[in-house]
Write a protein that binds this ligand. Structure first.
Ligand code: GLC
Length: 806
């Protein structure tokens, strides 16, 4: 059960309820209704399975502007829509769902075409003096996933969650709100019937997921007119995909984004950075990126360097690059206000780029540099200006940008004139003005999109300044859709075992919420991890899309080698595992970018109607469709109870090749050096050789064929690792069709795209074909083979049809 989050409180009954429907017009994509209380509702199907609901308390809809929506998404409307009505209700039916409006109240119920409940209004929508209120019915046994980085358990049921991006230093399980706002939930019924609900408002809002009343999901938003979306599809994964398409998939990132990243608050000088870089190379521990935290700047002035500590940034970055390291620098939103010679502040003031109080004076709040101005990132001209400020950083060779403190965070000060000091502390007062793309808004509305618009400025700036490179941006704050611009991390966690568990849960929940490329500070930010904790965290981190070790100002060093030889060995092996998995992870990143799929997948998402998953919530999770991980999340734990979900061919241990039957549970050994990891039978897992960084060419590729006894197809994606050539098909897509019949296994590759990955050798490993005499034929030539306990290995130099006699 979820621990208490914002104490449940009885929902305020709406003062105005939608009221009896007086008018109904059907439209090509839905219907338009009015009530005798003067309220209005518009229903529009974006596709058969995505229904947009717009509500207007006094008949006036908002103009439809939303920061969340992907401007490039294209919605065809319903393939076929049937609208029928009788005295009691009006029904709109597509191939995927039925929406019924009760005439007497305006209540909406959404069902499957066979009439199974999906998402029903328990009460009609309504309004209090301050809020729009939605009251949906929670089904018995329903699990509710999503809501971004919220800190309870994967299943949100029993908690009430507030949406107000907050600098939550040292947050714990149950702290709410924290850094991100993604008002999207995925409800999965006992029967596996699932829905998505996205309430598209950045305004202060709350989701009470059965806390006040176990049978109700109550959404309250400080808004009048409100837009929300209901998603339904037989597959919950397709629901997450549809929500991610609506808010825009992540872009393709440079390959090095998938490498190991080392960070610290802070590496304080060029020499310290050099020493860390040497530490990796001398020990042969792979690493792709080093981060510069706030001490690289001159007095925390953004877009400057402390020239005493970093006398020659370009020289240092060049040296690092020659050694295979990328450089990521932090850029916070606060612009130092008390230095008349500081060009960024002067320039910003002249342009009127900073957020202002209602009296027109720039708002000033304290952060690292002392008093600061804050760019109004909701103004496109300000975003362009800010984006352009990155030129010198890029000229110095910087590769990526880390945007922090963008909730926005202000040090704990009492805001003058704020009506409610408690609520306004640590961020701007509610009445700070924002451009809001010309619509104008108070901070109360713009607050939750501030960080998102900051990373948009950064992303667009990097892309404009260096059009041939894929931007790499990392953010702490987010609103729905932020994945279009940035990767994310989960903020200031701590070096505790519960934070390790939380790190996984947050990453899974963010993936359900559209943000696929995320991770938590490996090892924990606050405090110091034990060797065992760091080792286990490295193992988990190796499977997170963003794999970054970071530690705080007062924490001891946390690089992989600081906690003794055994821990160093385990950390190295975890990082090496990550580098071996790169071609698989790169393929998954590509699918996230092109197909809006999550990279990490909770078991409930993939097996919605599985009883064991529902009743026992096993610790396992999927990385892409083929890898099943059971990371060790408890101190002293040396074995894992592994539930192997049902599938057609079973499972194999990644490390040993041991097969497991689907639908069974086993205790698997997990000594400190081992994270239980399994591969779905019926796939081909591509693996790289271990290398110091992705700057080195891989040169060869391992294809591990996990036989299932039948036929299957697997795919592999590769490209130049940066740039946009893949849009013009400068990509490398391999489809591998594997057929297994009597005494023979064949592998037929089909290759598309003009990019040549430069693999000179392919190591083929076939797992799960049993013992006996075998022969391998590639291009009709017999090949030397070696094999041990069910694994058959051979090498080829060109990918062509292969036939194996079993
Ligand atoms: C915030 C960030 C942390 C960073 C620190 C200094 O606490 O969350 O990651 O190291 O600021 O910039």
């Amino acid at each position: 059960m979820a621990p208490p989050v914002s104490p449940p409180r009885a929902a305020v009954p709406p003062v105005r309820s939608f009221g009896p429907v007086t008018h109904l017009d059907s439209t090509a994509a839905g219907a338009h209704l009015q009530s005798d209380a003067g309220a209005a509702m518009r229903l529009d199907f974006l596709t058969d399975g995505v229904l947009r609901v717009r509500l207007a308390p006094f008949g006036r809809f908002s103009d439809g502007f939303s920061y969340a929506l992907d401007p490039e998404a294209d919605w065809p409307g319903p393939a076929r829509l049937e609208i029928e009505g009788d005295e009691d209700s009006v029904t709109l039916q597509t191939a995927l769902l039925t929406a019924r409006i009760e005439r007497a109240t305006g209540r909406l119920s959404v069902r499957t075409p066979d009439g199974l409940p999906v998402l029903d209004d328990a009460d009609a929508p309504g309004w209090t003096a301050e809020h729009a209120v939605l009251v949906k019915r929670l089904r018995d046994g329903e699990r509710v996933l999503g809501l971004g980085d919220k800190t309870t358990t994967l299943d949100r049921r029993g908690g009430r969650y507030a949406h107000w991006n907050t600098d939550a230093f040292a947050f714990e399980r149950g702290t709410d709100p924290i850094y991100k706002t993604i008002p999207f939930v995925l409800g999965i019924g006992e029967d596996g019937v699932a829905y998505g609900l996205f309430v598209d408002t950045p305004a202060r809002s709350s989701f009470d997921v059965g806390a006040a009343d176990p049978k109700r999901l109550i959404v309250e938003a400080e808004a009048g007119a409100l837009t929300y979306y209901v998603f339904h599809d037989p597959s919950p994964l397709a629901i997450v995909q549809a929500f991610t398409r609506l808010t825009g998939p992540m872009p393709m990132l440079p390959r090095w984004a998938l490498g190991y990243h080392q960070c610290r608050y802070s590496y304080r000088s060029a020499d310290e950075v050099r020493a860390v870089a040497r530490g990796f190379r001398a020990r042969g521990i792979p690493c792709d990126a080093l981060y510069f935290d706030i001490h690289y700047m001159d007095g925390y002035r953004v877009f400057t360097w402390d020239r005493d500590a970093f006398p020659d940034p370009a020289g240092l970055i060049r040296e690092l690059e020659e050694d295979g390291f990328r450089t990521v620098v932090i850029v916070d939103p606060g612009v130092k206000a008390d230095d008349p010679d500081y060009a960024v502040a002067r320039d910003g003031l002249e342009r009127g780029a900073f957020c202002r109080m209602p009296d027109g004076e720039p708002y000033v709040g304290d952060v690292w540099p002392g008093p600061c101005y804050f760019p109004d990132f909701t103004d496109p001209a300000v975003r362009r200006w800010w984006g352009g400020l990155h030129r010198e950083l890029l000229d110095a060779g910087v590769d990526g940008v880390w945007n922090d403190m963008n909730e926005p965070a202000i040090f704990d000060v009492e805001q003058e004139g704020a009506a409610d000091v408690e609520e306004n502390a640590k961020t701007f007062p509610d009445d700070v003005r924002h451009h809001y793309e010309g619509h104008g808004a108070d901070h109360a509305l713009a607050h939750n999109v501030y960080g998102m618009q900051m990373v948009r400025a950064t992303y667009d700036g990097l892309k404009a300044l260096r059009p041939d490179r894929r931007p790499f941006v990392i953010t702490r704050a987010a609103y729905a859709g932020t994945q279009r611009y940035a990767t994310g991390w989960t903020g200031d966690n701590a070096s505790t075992w519960d934070h390790l568990r939380l790190a996984l849960q947050q990453a899974l929940s963010l993936n359900v919420s559209g943000m696929a490329f995320v991770g938590a500070d490996v090892g924990g930010f606050i405090g110091a991890p034990s060797g065992e904790l760091l080792a286990r965290w490295m193992q988990l981190g190796a499977l997170m899309p963003l794999f970054r070790n970071h530690s705080g100002l007062d924490s001891p060093p946390q690089e992989p080698w600081v906690l003794g030889e055994e821990v160093e060995r385990v950390c190295r092996e975890a990082i090496e595992l990550r580098y071996r998995l790169l071609p698989y992870l790169y393929t998954q990143m590509h699918r996230a970018a092109e197909e809006a799929l999550p990279i990490l997948r909770p078991l409930a998402l993939v097996h919605p109607d599985d009883e064991t998953v529902r009743e026992q919530s096993p610790d396992g999770f999927y990385v892409g469709p083929d890898l099943l991980a059971y990371p060790v999340l408890h101190e002293g734990q040396r074995e894992a109870e592994v539930y192997f979900p049902p599938n057609s061919g079973g499972w194999f241990d990644f490390h040993t090749g041991t097969p497991y039957e689907p639908g069974t549970t086993h205790r698997v050994e997990a000594p400190l050096g081992t994270m239980p990891l399994f591969v779905r039978a019926g796939t081909v897992l591509p693996l790289d050789p271990v290398r110091a960084s992705t700057a080195e060419a891989a040169g060869e590729l391992t294809l591990r064929v996990y036989a299932s006894g039948g036929s299957f197809a697997a795919s592999l994606y590769d490209d130049a690792g940066d740039g946009w050539g893949y849009h013009d098909d400068e990509a490398h897509r391999v489809m591998l069709r594997v057929e297994q019949g009597e005494g023979r296994l064949t592998l037929h590759p089909t290759i598309e795209g003009s990019y040549e990955p430069g693999w000179q050798v392919y190591h083929v490993e076939i797992i799960g074909v049993g013992g006996g005499k075998r022969a391998v034929l590639a291009e009709a030539e017999p090949l030397p083979i070696s094999g041990e306990s069910g694994i058959l290995r051979f090498q080829i130099s060109r990918l062509g049809p292969i036939s194996v006699e079993l």
